[in-house]
Write a protein of this length. Structure first.
Length: 426
């Protein structure tokens, strides 16, 4: 049944894409973030490529803008993508790294196409709504699952995707919370605001239900940011206290035992997972140093054949850090470009917030900049312990800054309208 519904949705979306290519971009974004085809069987599971091809053809033949707005962020992304292509060619295992490179460039292609086709505020909001709805699907479902099962089992993401692991899913859901809060502030309909608030609460419960310690830190970061920026702080503190009390009541003892491992230095040092991270970070640094300047290529440092050259008695696994992941896979140059991309994104958010102060009709831009900024902060903080460097929502967040900044620049340089004073008659 769900296959039939999904096929109908795809055909309807592709039909509208031939007339309005931006519909295809949103359809592509939906499939990238939510992965609905992963929950079906048969040929529906391979329709993502069809959506991308039809969208690109319709966009190429349309009158839509063909290039993203120019700027530092655009060229930094292009430089990073070009460098990762070069590191893939010289990867430790080309066949292994090529598949991950193929996925990564498509992620950036979607982001840049989004930047090119988002030309007004309505399209900005449409892209954010798709992102929020796609990940709230797992947030609401995971929140209900946590409540109904008493938190006995971990909340997991869709199998075969970048967010299949509980830790990655938790960060993805956390990144949507500031975006959902932005949309809640921009929505006039009170019922829709209440639905968004309910989705945010359910998603926070789902994040706790993932048993991810890094996500708990990310949730704390969101709490601090909200406390600093929200108008009704005491109401916010009261709601947070109720939520925490509910979690304490629902979650089993094994959850608190896992979280307790972060309480002391001795517990952290004795934690096997933390030890594995330290080893992985050392392997990543060694890969960047010994294979200078290219690194080991996409996910190369975690290969067993590569790993045993440094730690033959340790179990090989992922880098567990977006920074060490990029360092080991693309070398010091790749990490520099990646950090430049992050820095440029944060600077652009600050510029949007400041620019809105002199543009009274662009207050939404400041709120947008604040939402993207908070989403990126969560990504940077929680990602310090996760291998999620090329996550789709991160790329979408950064790429949406390009068209919004272009809107602000055009508004700032456009001369204000001043009526010509009437000439007094003699």
């Amino acid at each position: 049944m769900r296959e039939i519904l999904l096929i109908v949705a795809i055909l309807a979306g592709l039909g509208m894409t031939l007339r309005w290519p931006f519909v295809g971009v949103l359809l592509w974004e939906w499939f990238t973030l939510q992965n609905p085809h992963r929950e079906t069987y048969g040929f529906v599971s391979s329709t993502n490529l069809v959506i991308a091809v039809v969208t690109l053809i319709a966009w190429a033949l349309s009158k839509e803008r063909k290039l993203p707005p120019n700027g530092f962020l655009l060229w930094t992304m292009i430089a990073f993508l070009a460098w990762t292509t070069l590191t893939t060619i010289f990867a430790y295992d080309f066949t292994w790294s090529y598949g991950y490179w193929d996925r990564t460039w498509k992620t950036f292609a979607l982001g840049l196409l989004l930047a090119a086709t988002v030309t007004n505020r309505a399209r900005v909001h449409a892209a954010l709504w798709i992102a929020v709805i796609s990940l709230f699907y797992y947030g609401v479902k995971g929140g209900l699952f946590t409540i109904l099962t008493g938190g006995e089992n971990h909340v997991l993401g869709p199998a075969g995707t970048m967010i299949a692991d509980n830790n990655q899913l938790a960060v993805a859901m956390l990144m949507t919370l500031p975006l959902a809060n932005y949309l809640r502030g921009q929505t006039v309909d009170r019922r829709m605001r209440h639905l968004l608030l309910g989705g945010m609460i359910a998603t926070m419960i789902a994040v706790i239900g993932t048993y991810s310690r890094g996500a708990l830190v990310g949730l704390l970061v969101i709490g601090v940011l909200g406390l600093l920026r929200m108008k009704h702080r005491f109401l916010y503190i009261g709601a947070a206290a109720v939520l925490i009390a509910g979690v304490v009541y629902i979650m089993p003892a094994k959850y608190f035992e896992r979280m307790h491992t972060m309480n002391s230095v001795e517990s952290v040092q004795n934690d096997e997972s933390f030890h594995g991270r330290l080893v992985a970070w050392e392997v990543a640094y060694d890969a960047a140093r010994d294979r200078f300047p290219f690194g080991a290529g996409f996910y190369g440092p975690q290969l067993r054949a590569f790993w045993i050259g440094y730690f033959p008695n340790e179990r090989n696994h992922a880098a567990h850090s977006i920074y060490f992941q990029v360092l080991g896979e693309h070398g010091f140059i790749g990490l520099f470009l990646y950090l430049m991309l992050l820095t440029g994104a944060f600077l652009r958010c600050s510029q949007l917030i400041k620019a809105a102060r002199v543009l009274p009709d662009k207050k939404w831009v400041a709120d947008f900049g604040t939402g993207i900024q908070a989403s990126l902060i969560v990504f940077c903080v929680s990602g310090a312990a996760l291998s999620l460097a090329y996550y789709d929502l991160f790329v979408i967040d950064v790429c949406l800054l390009l068209p919004v900044w272009a809107m602000v620049k055009s508004a700032r340089i456009r001369p204000a309208f001043r009526p010509v004073p009437a000439v007094a008659s003699s």
